[in-house]
Design a binder for this molecule. Structure first.
Ligand code: URA
Length: 283
């Protein structure tokens, strides 16, 4: 059984409601009415007038005119200097590590510079035979202004100590010099973007030339990608490669070793290979 809704509803048109906000009825009134109808046996709602739901529209609607295809507007590339070219010019001009640090810290085309507290250039003995290159400063490094000082850095120190190397050593033979591909902490410790790495690369190459190490250790994927153009550290590790005529050992990043203790055995094998190379053992 169906019954039309009672009409008009009790509150319609009564003050105190201003005309523009006049409610037809409140929720409880409508609900009472609905319940009352259900009690009477109403099973579906109908309007005062019947609706022919099978009626066809008189004319099929004409298809809308196709908008003319115009080429999408491509935003013009931002005008301004090419960051990589600027970095190359600045890096090439640096005659010492101090000059390099000064010009790199003033390089303002890398967005990461704006969000970082510190410019983290390097630590250890620049005369060291061994240069370590990591990814980027984390929170601890950003606060301290030095690379690899957090938990991963402390593990790195212990790993290097296991083959007789330390960043504090005055003797170049026992010393290490440590830096990163990126001198500014990325937000949330995210991996630096390829474009960000590309604009740091001229500085990293000049850094290597000026420090002039005998052996370079690349910690993790980011420096391998930047300097060797290769990723897949678990495959790359343990095999000597070359950058600008210098032997390079890709190694597992200490942060990875903290999560994956079982990989320490491989890191140890790589450290022994580095030790053997420094001793001049035939490889
Ligand atoms: N991880 C890096 O790669 N570099 C640092 O300086 C610290 C953590």
């Amino acid at each position: 059984m169906a019954r039309p809704m009672p009409h008009p509803l009790p509150f319609a048109g009564k003050p105190p409601y201003p005309a523009a906000m006049e409610p037809v009825a409140d929720y409880w009134t409508l609900r009472d009415q609905l319940e009352w109808q259900v009690e009477l046996g109403v099973t579906e709602a109908i309007a005062d007038a019947p609706v022919d739901r099978y009626a066809q529209p008189d004319e099929p609607a004409a298809p809308a005119a196709r908008p003319r295809q115009t080429a999408p507007e491509v935003p013009a590339p931002p005008a301004g200097p090419d960051p990589v070219a600027v970095a190359q010019a600045l890096a090439a001009r640096a005659r010492s590590l101090d000059e390099l640090a000064e010009s790199q810290s003033g390089f303002d085309l890398c967005e990461l510079r704006r969000g970082a507290r510190s410019f983290v250039f390097a630590d250890g003995n620049p005369a060291a035979r061994v240069m370590v290159i990591g990814e980027a400063p984390g929170r601890d490094e950003d606060l301290a202004g030095r690379p690899f000082v957090g938990v991963a850095g402390q593990l790195l120190d212990r790993m290097l100590a296991a083959i007789g190397l330390s960043r504090g050593a005055a003797d170049a033979g026992q010393a290490v010099y440590i830096t990163n591909v990126m001198p500014w902490r990325p937000p949330g410790n995210r991996t630096p973007e390829p474009a960000e790495i590309a604009m740091m690369l001229p500085f990293v190459h000049r850094h290597i030339e000026l420090a002039d190490p005998e052996v370079i250790l690349l910690m993790g994927n980011t420096p391998c990608q930047a300097l060797l153009g290769k990723t897949g550290i678990t495959r790359l590790r343990g095999t000597w490669d070359e950058v600008a005529g210098r032997p390079v050992m890709p190694m597992l990043h200490p942060a990875y070793l903290l999560r994956m203790a079982s990989a320490k055995r491989e890191a140890w094998a790589d450290l022994l290979a580095v030790k053997a190379r420094l001793r001049g053992d035939a490889l």
